[in-house]
Design a protein around this ligand. Structure first.
Ligand SMILES: [Zn+2]
Ligand SMILES: [Zn+2]
Length: 172
């Protein structure tokens, strides 16, 4: 057997063991295998990847972190980032508690994705100063007074439910 196959199988087995424990410890939450991991406050569901992909355990614990912290939504980009940081801190604690591997590098990579995204949105297109967010769709530059629009956050809704198949698809 190839090494990567061994790793994938091992990961799948440890994922299954963890899911069993989590189901017992969190009877109010629904844990479902899916294509991507996410947390739905609306349905009390956590989707997890069980394809044996790297960091799927971290991903699962991160979503459980959102659930435990009762994250439901957010208004500003910075609030989103703060919730991401908090959910990752919670994931780290949970990994320790359940004695499963946790990659700090993966956590930082994920947070960097959010930081880069916010940096791009908050940079004034006229003078390149960092603006402040006025509302969900607008930033304001304190340096040159320019106001610019930003699209609805691609992280805004973790997922939506497909009406036909009951499948859950990530939005991004
Ligand atoms: Zn998250
Ligand atoms: Zn400006």
């Amino acid at each position: 057997m190839q090494y990567c196959m061994v790793v994938m199988t091992w990961q799948r087995v440890s994922m299954e063991k963890l899911i069993k424990k989590l189901r017992a410890d969190y009877p109010d939450l629904v844990f479902k295998p899916g294509l991507a991991c996410c947390w739905s406050p609306e349905y009390g569901e956590i989707l997890y990847e069980n394809s044996g992909k790297a960091h799927s355990i971290e991903g699962l614990l991160h979503e459980l972190g959102h659930a435990r912290l009762e994250h439901k939504g957010y208004v500003s980009d910075l609030e989103l980032l703060q919730k991401e940081v908090d959910a990752w801190e919670e994931a780290k604690r949970l990994a320790n508690m359940y004695d499963v591997p946790f990659s700090e590098d993966h956590m930082q990579d994920c947070l960097d994705t959010y930081r880069d995204w916010i940096y791009k949105r908050s940079t004034c297109p006229q003078c390149l100063s960092t603006g402040i967010q006025k509302d969900e769709h607008h930033y304001h530059c304190l340096n040159c007074s320019h106001i610019w629009g930003v699209t609805a956050s691609r992280f805004r809704r973790p997922y939506r439910r497909s009406k036909n198949k009951g499948l859950i698809r990530p939005l991004f």
